[in-house]
Design a protein around this ligand. Structure first.
Ligand code: ATP
Ligand code: MG
Length: 225
């Protein structure tokens, strides 16, 4: 039996006021269950990043509800939301969000430090090897290629073992064969470890391994059959 991990109900997001107002999301309804890999596909400016940051609790909706594991996020305190974001959500940003003054391995150690637990060396090394990053484990973000930085961000999100992974164009800096590898890795994570994974992309070729596909255009989200 599957349960809904993350649900958005009637979510609107407006930016600005009056003539310059932009409605980035209009009555968005969405659901992802444990073990599902969901893609959201849409052109630039259609509202994909807005959707994902609202789902992650990084922005609040103008209207509507975000429900996580049965609890409305909007009803929680900022402290509860922070704890939730840290423990339950792995967020892979469109521009990889690595800490500039930490080398690759230290990026992982920081995650443990923030969670007050021991560095899991074997797990970190295994993920680095899977994502072809072993050779750059001591390099700093500025020394990495865009694709390497993106793969480190993906490895770091997997490392924290969250129940939900929200990935904003996780393959934007990768070539086609690496993109396919990364998407397969995310699909495996969903299917073998019962994670809920949402990937935003504008690349039609990457949605083959997805269980459900939504499309978004001008802030209107709809499920593809
Ligand atoms: N903080 C903001 N203030 C004002 N407008 C915003 C803000 N964030 C997003 N928008 C507007 O909302 C719309 C959707 O933006 P969003 O970044 O969600 O699109 P996207 O689908 O992620 O685009 P891309 O593929 O280029 O990353 C755009 O018109 C954008 O200009
Ligand atoms: Mg975006």
């Amino acid at each position: 039996m599957n349960k809904s991990v993350l649900t958005l109900q009637h979510v609107d997001k407006k930016f600005g006021h009056g003539r310059t107002a932009v409605t980035a999301l209009k009555d968005a309804n969405f659901e992802v269950q444990a073990g599902q890999f969901v893609a959201i596909i849409g052109p630039s400016g259609s509202g994909k990043s807005t959707f994902l940051t609202i789902a992650a609790g990084l922005q609040t909706p103008t209207d509507g509800q975000v429900i996580l594991n049965g609890q409305p996020l909007t009803h929680q305190s900022e402290k509860q939301r922070l704890a939730y974001r840290f423990n339950e959500i792995g967020f892979i940003l469109q521009s990889s969000n690595l800490i500039p003054f930490l080398n690759v391995l230290e990026q992982f150690k920081l995650v443990d430090k923030m969670a007050h637990r021991k560095f899991q060396q074997d797990k970190a090394k295994e993920l680095l090897s899977e994502l072809a990053l072993t050779e750059v484990q001591n390099a700093y973000p500025s020394e990495l290629s865009g694709g390497e930085r993106q793969r480190v961000a993906i490895a770091r999100a997997l490392y924290n073992d969250p129940s939900v992974i929200l990935a904003d164009e996780p393959t934007a800096s990768l070539d086609t064969s690496r993109s396919i590898d990364v998407v397969k890795r995310l699909a495996d994570e969903a299917h073998q470890h019962q994670k809920a994974i949402v990937m935003v992309t504008h690349d039609q070729r990457l949605i083959e391994d997805c269980d459900v596909v939504y499309q978004i255009e001008d802030g209107l989200l709809s499920r593809r059959d």
